[in-house]
Design a protein around this ligand. Structure first.
Ligand SMILES: [Zn+2]
Length: 599
């Protein structure tokens, strides 16, 4: 019995017969026609894509009686010998088992002798990346200046492992992975030649399993053919190959989109009972959902989605009413759960959990739908001008409140006017009195907008020449910033005092007066009190003038906090009751999770 496996029986014997590598075969044919064939050629590409086959055809083309010709006759002695693998002038060397320097030295010796009866002596080295470095080095010299009658044809799946010195001396041709569709098509052709009936679906399945390798696909086809007689059904193919029907993937995705989780669990059960590998199923599912997403995006499908055309149509049907965002959400979950399933001792359980999570993921609204709804909301508000008014008190209150919460500026308008009307060099006493009394009430209704400017101007007019350029702060800075600067100066010179001072807060800062509130225990207040003179001196040095330093104990604090709390609650309630909030809740069918009061 001499059964010849399909891969050998149908090995391409001419460049035209090579499947889907036209970019290489055409270049080689052209090179042969114009007599520009390189003496060292490297074929790289995934396994089973035709590297050695192309090398053999090239050898034939060079040594054919008719040649060199792009279409070897396959009739002459040389062609026949090469087809049979017994050519005396074509040496096929397996790089993996002949990787030592000795073998290469031997080869170098042989290179010098003329071919027996062909024009060229051709060395085909398969898996050339397996050669040792010493072997590569031994080869280098010969590659550089080979005798005219010698050709080297290398094949490799891993060109990056080949030294650059070798690569640079070779002409390189990269063979591509063959698409599932092309592999299946080629197999369909072979089956028709062999008179075997097999569903295209099954061929797709085999091609997918072979992952772009024609040789693997033909071996699998051999396997299926040897196990059955006559026509081959899809069920037989699935059974023999021990793989999961692709239809199941579609069933699973359909159930997810329809929200039918019991159905999915049922499918998993069946798969599990059949003894299929759950982890393999999971990686198929990731690929399946990735393909669904790409199909939904709808660009370059033939290039990006390596599935048969009828499956692409099926996918397009499935995702028609599913949003792109929802698909990427699902894919996201699949990726996140991947390691759990891979490492789990109970992969089926982990798989079920992942899908329950996917099922629970509610599709988010796409951004354009959101914008549409916002437009609707805006329009709705515009139509009812009465509704627009209420928000105004809310927002400004929110903004105003914190700005005046610390009365960094002298709080009463009276004082301001006083200062503006005259230079007021000796105001401190009166200021202190009014301030202490009015402080808690004033901030909320007195925004005190442009005052700092007018103050600055007035002072600048008087004191401009006195302000030395090396002032430790910028007078136009905010009081908070100046306070920070002052703190850093104190920290540097008097760390202990600085630490205590840091526990306080700046209550107000004017041209003549600095008011600090010290909160916390009496110890802090005491320490500051003891160092009052020192603090005054520091301030004098810092501000370059006499400053009144007023230290307040945080006695009003709890009262103050209560008041702020009440105010926040009032703003919160106002925001919740606001028409805009209500309309938004209604339109989006949501609920208010949190009210954030912005500064
Ligand atoms: Zn020939």
């Amino acid at each position: 019995m001499s059964y010849l496996v399909l891969a050998r029986k149908y090995r391409p014997q001419t460049f035209e017969q090579v499947v889907k590598q036209e970019h290489v075969t055409r270049t080689l044919a052209n090179a042969i026609s114009s007599d520009r064939v390189a003496h060292a050629i490297l074929f790289s590409g995934p396994r089973g894509t035709g590297k050695t086959t192309v090398a053999r055809i090239l050898a034939k083309a060079m040594n054919c009686k008719e040649g060199p010709t792009p279409t070897p006759c396959n009739e002459c002695r040389s062609c026949k010998e090469i087809t049979a693998g017994s050519a005396s002038d074509v040496f096929e060397i397996d790089g993996a088992s002949n990787n030592g320097v000795d073998q290469i030295r031997e080869l170098r010796e042989n290179v010098r002798y003329m071919p027996a009866h062909s024009p060229h002596k051709i060395y085909i080295i398969d898996e050339v990346h397996m050669l040792s470095i010493a072997a590569f080095n031994a080869l280098l010299k010969t590659l550089e200046e080979p005798p005219a009658h010698v050709m080297f044809l290398f094949a490799t799946t891993e060109p990056h492992k080949i030294p650059i010195t070798i690569l640079s001396r070779c002409q390189r041709h990269d063979l591509r992975r063959i698409s599932i569709e092309s592999v299946a098509e080629h197999m369909a052709f072979l089956c028709s030649q062999e008179g075997i009936e097999i569903a295209r679906e099954s061929l797709d399945l085999i091609a997918r399993e072979a992952d772009g390798s024609m040789r693997d696909a033909l071996s699998l086809l051999d396997q299926v053919m040897s196990c059955t007689e006559g026509s081959i059904t899809q069920a037989q193919a699935l059974d023999i190959l021990g793989i999961i029907d692709r239809k199941i993937l579609f069933d699973i995705s359909a159930s997810i989109f329809q929200g039918d989780i019991p159905d999915i669990l049922d499918i998993f059960d069946t798969i599990y009972d059949h003894g299929h590998n759950i982890k393999e199923l999971y990686s198929d599912l990731i690929e399946h959902f990735r393909n669904l997403l790409v199909v939904k995006m709808g660009k370059k499908l033939d290039k990006l989605v390596d599935v048969p055309a009828h499956e692409i149509r099926l996918m397009a049907d499935q995702v028609r009413d599913v949003s792109e965002i929802h698909l990427s959400q699902l894919l996201d979950i699949l990726f996140k759960e991947e390691s759990f399933i891979r490492l789990s001792s109970q992969p089926k359980l982990a798989l079920e959990m992942a899908f329950i999570r996917m099922f629970q993921t509610k599709p988010v609204l796409p951004i354009d739908a959101l914008i549409e709804k916002l437009d609707l909301l805006k329009k709705g508000m515009g139509e009812h001008p009465a509704n627009v008014h209420p928000p105004e008190p809310v927002a400004p209150t929110e903004i105003r409140r914190p700005a005046t919460g610390y009365s960094k500026e002298p709080p009463t308008p009276v004082k301001t006017r006083d200062r503006e009307s005259g230079p007021a060099p000796q105001k401190p006493e009166s200021e202190r009195d009014t301030h202490d009394e009015t402080d808690p009430e004033i901030p909320l209704d007195r925004p005190a907008p442009l005052k700092p400017e007018s103050e600055k101007d007035a002072v600048a007019g008087q004191r401009e020449p006195e302000v030395p350029p090396e002032m430790p702060f910028n007078p136009s800075d905010s009081p908070d910033k100046i306070w920070e600067k002052l703190l850093s100066v104190v920290m540097e010179k008097y760390p202990l005092l600085g630490v205590t001072l840091k526990k306080g807060t700046l209550k107000s800062l004017t041209e003549q007066r600095l008011e600090i509130e010290i909160s916390g225990n009496g110890f802090n207040v005491n320490r500051i009190g003891k160092n009052e003179a020192l603090l005054k001196q520091i301030c004098h040095d810092f501000f370059r003038k006499e400053m009144e330093v007023l230290i307040k104990v945080g006695e009003m604090q709890s009262n103050d906090r209560e008041q702020r709390k009440n105010e926040r609650e009032r703003v919160r309630q106002e925001a919740l009751a606001h028409d805009m909030t209500r309309a938004a809740v209604e339109i989006f069918g949501g609920r208010v999770v949190e009210v954030k009061i912005l500064r």
